[in-house]
Ligand binder design. Structure first.
Ligand code: RAT
Ligand code: ZN
Length: 471
């Protein structure tokens, strides 16, 4: 209960941030029971797409993306090690992350002597023990990185992944929680949706798509639905039932349609449907509005939030495959604002990829009670930018946001992404508490602990329990 002395503030904040258990609210990690889809180990660390992109900046002309991707994982890892860790110092954030990870695993000698084979032997001591070894490694990483649980990215449209859920849902540790990834519904990728519906035996209709989503919710029990918006994503004006009926085929209009209450969208309906009952087409066509009529409806029915990642420009350099994605200079944050007001019963979690959008995003979070901002994503997940974004957010939002998520694809990455972020966030908080102290309010250690726990997952959990009717 004693207020923290000014001279102890920095060390108290650093130690509290270091010991707080975090919730990692967006990762691409999958549990050991998902077999090959659970990525971990040295070769996976080195072939992380951030490092592949960095490698190609200085790769010899003879190494084309095709020839690189034709190599086995281990060979890819070897060329990246040589280029980024031997031929030059690993000073970039992604390179330094590999070093932090290896040292956290007790491999500082092996790192000092650049002994790749010894590093690989260390990993083999887990891998050779099959599922049990992988589970042990997973538990070690979670415990050591202070991550209470990580939210996965589960993609029903991906048959490789779907087989781990159906016909039988595999059991996995409580360290992993699910999020249902639905990008095709946001991008209006009708071909993928139709294929998924047909191959799983659903009617190829909007109601079929809703049922498909409901059934996957029952299977995966997600914390939220999520999608990354395409770079040219626009929320169609009046993208609700009324407007899109123009051009709808007459036969289709006669089909029965399961009407779902959309009173919160009445403004659009009044303008566009003259209060008529929703008689949306049952067949899918180019006017099908999967966002409003499928995703939002099921989110409302199931009280499920939607997490959006906004501003990625996929395939800027297609040859580089997953390492070739970029960022839009400015995403249209107005889309998020329109979503929040058009669907007030739906909770939105959002993060932007462009540094340029961060200020506007914080303003929006303070305008909409159904919006929660989280993390410093991908090209913003660098210490200098984490520092700047976190400081701005604390100044504007207090503790009503989530400071970070890891976006880890390789299990071991939790061992660097979290300590690197914790260090920057602790610096910011120590400064903010020092300013508060100067202004005349000295927090106790307990108050500091409470605030930190909010920023590292508590605010997220509070947001999830928000009653939609109160929004
Ligand atoms: O950060 C990343 O790893 C990106 O490749 C994306 O996958 C991004 O995180 C996303 O979820 O879309
Ligand atoms: Zn991601």
């Amino acid at each position: 209960k004693t207020p923290v002395q000014a001279e102890e503030m920095t060390s108290v904040v650093i130690s509290e941030v270091a010991s707080t258990l975090v919730i990692d609210l967006h990762t691409h990690l999958l549990p050991p029971s998902h077999g090959m889809l659970c990525l971990w180990g040295f070769d996976e660390l080195l072939t992380y797409h951030y490092l592949v992109a960095e490698y190609f900046m200085t790769a010899p002309a003879s190494m084309t993306p095709e020839s690189f991707y034709a190599l086995g994982k281990r060979e890819q890892a070897d060329v990246i090690w040589q280029a980024l860790f031997v031929d030059r110092s690993p000073v970039s954030e992604a390179c330094r992350g590999v070093i932090t990870t290896l040292v956290a695993l007790g491999l500082s000698n092996e790192v000092a002597t650049r002994d790749l084979e010894a590093i690989r032997r260390f990993y083999a001591s887990y891998r050779d023990r099959g599922l049990e070894g992988t589970e042990e490694f997973s538990e070690r990483v979670f415990a050591q990185s202070g991550v209470q649980y990580a939210v996965m990215t589960n993609i029903p449209f991906d048959t490789n992944e779907a087989q781990h859920w159906r016909p039988e849902r595999k059991d996995y540790s409580e360290r992993y929680r699910s999020a249902l990834r639905v990008d095709p519904l946001l991008s209006g990728d009708r071909a993928t949706i139709e294929k998924a519906l047909k191959t799983s035996g659903y009617e190829v209709t909007l109601e079929g798509a809703r049922q498909y989503l409901r059934d996957w919710c029952d299977t995966m029990k997600p914390e939220y639905m999520m999608a990354s918006t395409p770079h040219d994503f626009v929320l169609r004006e009046g993208s609700l039932a009324g407007v899109k009926k123009t051009g709808v085929n007459e036969e289709a209009m006669k089909q029965p349609f399961a009407f779902v209450d959309q009173t919160n969208n009445m403004a659009d309906c009044v303008v566009n449907c003259d209060g008529a009952e929703d008689d949306s087409p049952t067949v899918l066509d180019e006017n099908s509005d999967f966002l409003s009529e499928v995703l939002m409806k099921v989110c409302e029915e199931r009280n499920l939030p939607v997490a959006l990642k906004i501003g990625a420009h996929r395939g800027v350099n297609k040859q580089l495959q997953s390492a070739g994605d970029g960022v839009v200079a400015f995403a249209d944050a107005g889309v998020l604002s329109r979503l929040c007001s058009r669907f007030p019963k739906v909770l939105f979690l959002a993060t932007f990829l462009s540094r340029n959008n961060q200020h506007e995003a914080a303003v929006l979070a303070s305008k909409f009670r159904n919006l929660h901002i989280y993390g410093c994503w991908w090209f913003c997940n660098n210490p200098s930018i984490i520092r700047e974004i976190t400081q701005m957010r604390v100044e504007m939002l207090g503790t009503a946001f989530t400071a970070q998520h890891s976006d880890a694809r390789v299990l071991d990455q939790l061992l660097y992404k979290w300590p690197h972020s914790r260090a920057m966030i602790a610096n910011v908080l120590a400064e903010e508490y020092a300013k508060l102290d100067v202004s005349g309010w000295t927090p106790t250690r307990g108050e500091i602990r409470r605030d930190i726990s909010r920023l590292f997952g508590g605010s997220y959990e509070e947001f999830l329990t928000k009653s939609l009717s109160a929004v």
